[in-house]
Design a protein around this ligand. Structure first.
Ligand code: FHN
Length: 586
């Protein structure tokens, strides 16, 4: 084992770590983008995350009480004393665990690498560790090295292996962060860091062959020197191994977005979205809220169209089995992915934002149009694109589709029903380089046209991101416009094809004190004022967004338009936030 430096200062860390520290400020944005070690990551697109540990056996029940939300936090939610929690290890015997089956499932799902929780916040290592006996080999009747078995299975099946490691929170250790029910006294973080974190990460990077990535988490208030030392350790032991941004202090090779966050605008640099199949990461016996195959595909494609990787989590049971519903859904989505692999792996982001009908992925000379909503007018519009000699076919059947230029906009003529379920992909080839020009938003008849906050021009108000939990640890995200006052202005440009009629919906959240504030809506010559109403509670606690119909508007003819909102009488201070405007086709 390499000698570990001792340059960290003894540092006391706060006793309470808030949920909001989980990935927040400290998780920064990673920089490595063009480095060759990132190539496999950029091409892979889809990965399996596995949350598996002692908490999986408890399955969100403790002493007869059911908990809801992320089950790997049971120890802290129930304030379970370390000695009592250790008993879970004494009975941990997941005889149904079969690393090979999990690797095969990942393959069938279309995933290219697996990331396992080698040690989550509970402090229990799913691998043989000389640094702590609290591990799957030494502390359980199971006596097996889970990380090792999975690494071997991944190698056998041509998948990458990565390890999640909680470097800051460790509820089992007196000096780790987070456990103030057993250890209320001041802690010596560096002692824990030198004595457990560095040795265990060294073990992970020494004993299991090439590791594709180390996935650190919840940096909280980890000292900069510790993040730095950890990063250097990874670089020294495995120069090709990637590190995510949750190592903390703005370090890492790529950025992990917030839990379950799919942004609307392309993030900077190399990035991933981490999602879970239901509303918990580890197994919870109460959670059956699985994302369907269509939802899995849609979420994957959206992320890929923004240039990111999608890592979707599964939570095996205490016996080591992947819940059947979860496995079946992943396989079902995988069948579609396999048929459309050229449109996913090795692709790049879309040249234009999400369209009302779906999302685009690209390779040089090709655009892949993933049609989530099949337009009833038989047309797919590609606003803002200039392509030389474009040709369109239906992916899979090779059936040619007619392309026309209608009023300067490339339009693909499609059959009345989607030939492939759940989604049809249209492959569009062209010569030379793609050019973007003019408005990238067109009102698409027959579909909901969504004007999202981050795409607005604003004055006297600001764009922001909001995040909140529904169930405990079940994060939701919204991109909004905030600080709206009287005189604030928001606007979105778009092209309309022809005369058309639209029902207008506004999605917003409004504090009770701002009830009955007044906003003006306009498109072209048409404008009216309407009230917004208190949506209850304070802003951004649980989801309080309300989508409300505010009127019907006629767009008179073909042309360029601007949709405008203006605060005409807004009460209170920063108590109205607008998420989006939707024009529903009538
Ligand atoms: O606290 C953890 C949580 O349990 C889970 O592991 C997620 C996965 O991204 N990360 C932390 C919260 O962001």
């Amino acid at each position: 084992m390499p000698k570990l430096s001792n340059k960290n200062k003894k540092q006391a860390i706060p006793k309470n770590v808030e949920m909001s520290d989980m990935w927040g400020e400290n998780a920064g944005t990673a920089k490595t983008d063009e480095h060759p070690r990132a190539t496999w990551f950029r091409e892979s697109k889809y990965a399996m995350f596995i949350h598996w540990g002692l908490y999986s056996q408890a399955a969100n029940v403790w002493n007869g009480k059911n908990w809801h939300g992320i089950s790997e936090w049971l120890m802290t939610r129930s304030k379970i004393p370390v000695r009592e929690y250790e008993k879970l290890a004494a009975s941990f015997n997941p005889v149904d665990f079969d690393a090979d089956e999990i690797a095969k499932l990942a393959k069938a799902a279309g995933m290219k690498y697996i990331v396992l929780t080698s040690k989550h916040h509970e402090g229990f290592a799913m691998f043989k560790s000389a640094a702590s006996k609290f591990n799957s080999v030494d502390a359980t009747p199971f006596k097996r090295d889970v990380a090792g078995e999975l690494a071997d299975a991944c190698k056998k099946h041509g998948l990458g292996i990565g390890f999640y490691y909680s470097q800051f929170l460790d509820w089992h250790e007196k000096d780790g962060a987070g456990n103030n029910w057993d250890f209320p006294e001041q802690r010596d973080f560096d002692k824990f860091f030198q004595g457990k974190v560095l040795p265990q990460v060294t073990e992970l990077l020494t004993n299991y062959g090439p590791v594709s990535l180390i996935w650190f988490d919840t940096p909280g208030t980890i000292p900069r020197e510790s993040s730095q030392e950890l990063y250097e350790l990874v670089r020294r032991l495995q120069p090709e191994c990637l590190v995510n941004s949750r190592i903390g202090n703005g370090m890492g090779d790529y950025s992990s977005a917030g839990d379950q966050e799919i942004p609307l605008v392309v993030p900077e640099g190399l990035w991933e979205s981490v999602d879970t199949h239901n509303d918990t990461w580890a197994y919870s016996q109460h959670d059956h809220n699985w994302k369907t195959p269509s939802e899995v595909i849609t979420r994957l494609v959206k992320v890929v169209s923004l240039g990111g990787n999608y890592m979707l989590n599964i939570g095996p049971t205490g016996k080591g089995l992947v819940p059947a519903e979860s496995a079946n859904i992943l396989r079902e989505a995988g069948r579609w992915i396999k048929k459309h692999e050229k449109a996913i792996y090795g692709t790049d982001k879309s040249p234009i934002p999400m369209q009302p009908w779906g999302a685009i992925t690209s390779t040089p000379g090709k655009l892949y149009l993933h049609v989530f909503q099949w337009p009833s007018d038989g047309k797919i519009y590609l606003p803002g694109l200039k392509l030389s000699k474009p040709q369109a076919t239906i992916m899979g059947s090779g059936k040619k589709l007619k392309l026309i230029r209608e009023k300067g906009i490339i339009t693909v003529e499609i059959p009345s029903l989607p030939p492939v379920r759940p989604f049809t992909v249209i492959e569009l080839s062209y010569d030379g380089k793609i050019k973007t020009e003019g408005s990238v938003r067109i009102l698409h008849p027959g579909l909901d046209n969504i004007f999202e906050a981050p795409f607005a021009e604003t004055s006297n108000c600001e764009k922001a991101k909001r995040q909140w939990m529904e169930k405990f640890g079940d994060w939701h995200h919204a991109e909004v416009i905030e600080k709206i006052t009287t005189g604030s202005k928001m606007s979105w440009n778009f092209t309309a094809f022809r005369n058309s009629l639209w029902r207008v919906h506004l999605e917003y959240e409004c504090h009770q004190e701002t009830d009955e504030s007044e906003i003006e809506f306009s498109i072209g010559e048409t404008s009216w004022r309407f009230p917004v109403f208190g949506t209850g509670g304070g802003i951004s606690r649980r989801t309080r967004f309300r989508r409300e119909m505010i009127g019907v508007v006629e767009v008179p003819s073909f042309g360029e338009y601007i949709l405008k909102l203006k605060g005409t009488d807004v009460k209170g201070n920063n108590q109205l936030i607008i998420r989006r405007i939707v024009l529903e086709s009538i």
